[in-house]
Design a protein around this ligand. Structure first.
Ligand code: RB5
Length: 148
């Protein structure tokens, strides 16, 4: 199950991203918004981030104008490793090396086909583990307020 959320800036792109989620064999839980009426992106980021952090959803995808606000807000949720991606290389490596569990996209930055390609790569690329697991463990310690 993939948590999906957007603000008004990402609403149009959301349906295209939903189609990628489903085409890659996943189910989608939609956390809104549901129109182009203005909403506050931190609320959507909070709800998607909490769904991922609690284990209700395996991963999350957020869409706003730039992807930036959503990613900053989502990363405030304990357990979230959100990456804002505008290229395929970063999308792939954010899964392989960082085990990113939330992807944030900028609908005003990306064309829809690139956004779909980034999403497909991100959803289908596994975490490599090994030395990267140690580093992700260190990130999780920071998330717990520990000192490295
Ligand atoms: C909304 O106008 C815009 O600020 C939002 O979509 C996003 O780009 C924030 O980072």
């Amino acid at each position: 199950m993939i948590a999906l959320g957007c603000d008004h800036g990402g609403f149009i792109l959301k349906e295209a991203i939903r189609s990628v989620i489903e085409a890659t064999g996943n189910e989608c839980k939609d956390f809104g918004c549901f129109s182009e009426a203005s909403v506050d992106y931190p609320v959507i980021a909070q709800n998607v981030g909490r769904a991922v952090a609690s284990g209700e959803c395996e991963k999350g995808i957020l869409i706003c104008g730039t992807g930036v606000g959503m990613s900053i807000a989502a990363n405030k949720i304990h357990g979230v490793r959100c990456v804002v991606c505008s290229d395929c290389f970063s999308a792939k490596l954010s899964r392989m090396h960082n085990d990113a569990n939330v992807l944030s996209l900028g609908a005003r930055v990306l064309g829809p086909e690139l956004a779909k390609m980034i999403t497909e790569l991100w959803l289908t690329t596994p975490f490599e583990g090994e030395r990267h697991a140690r580093r992700v463990g260190m990130i999780n310690k920071l998330d717990n307020g520990e000192t490295l």
